[in-house]
Design a protein around this ligand. Sequence first.
Ligand code: BTN
Length: 279
Amino acid sequence: MIRADEGVSREGLTVCRDLLERGLVHAVRYFSSVDSTNTAAKDDLVNGDEGPYPKLYLADSQTAGRGRHGRVWLADEGTLTFSLAIDLAKGGIRGERAGLMSIASGVAVAIAVEQVCAPHMASLKWPNDIYLSGGKLAGVLVEAVASAPDRLIVGIGVNVASAPDRTALPGGAPARSIHQVAPGSGNRYGLLEELVGHLLSVWEQLAREPHSVLAEFRRRCLLTGQMVRYGTQVAEGGPIDGRRSFGRCVGLADDGTLLIESDGRSIGLRSGDVIQIRC
Ligand code: BTN
């Protein structure tokens, strides 16, 4: 089942059809332009849409792309922007494992990117920013709606052929694109099919053996061993408060919290914003 706007990219449409034929997704909503694929997916859930899931929301362009902590996500015609609405119960992802979906999604994006950019290895900045060659390459925004607790929306933006430095990031990290690291590696829709495949397989892995997913994250953790500055969130999904603290990141706990040692105390950061301090 595919619903596409007129004038969408032909390559994008071909990939959507492949994904449906292979049974990787069961419904597609493909926009030529939309405010945000996450918002579109959320609206459907709020309005009682019943899938079938996984349901792919793809957009050639977004007019109000959203990042974590209420930030704006800027994209151009070289950026891949999509969201997947999924049924957690159907995927066997229950309880604490649902809390690791964000970590797992970052791992899946990193693995997909590494296949295109070999031998470069991607890094993961907790909880789920994907870095490559010192710059941010992709971001993940996981959202839920209260009326559909078994569903989750995972939104992903990847700078595939995006203009470099089109966006300033907190902490001064530059934006990076796949084409800067692996020139001639294909357009944004070349990556979509692989990415969806890796997301589904890492989520499956999370349901069976979460420790192996955590190990994949730890292998790529950008912050472990680094001095960091962190701020906490007053409300889930809300802005970061003004208070800032400093410490050394010592790793990732099994429940996905980031472990920081600060003034002799051990802190587990559940949500918030962390910036590496270069000493
Ligand atoms: C971040 O880096 O803070 C997360 C960025 C997530 C961006 C993607 S693009 C597709 C989906 N729709 C949105 O509005 N945001 C996500």
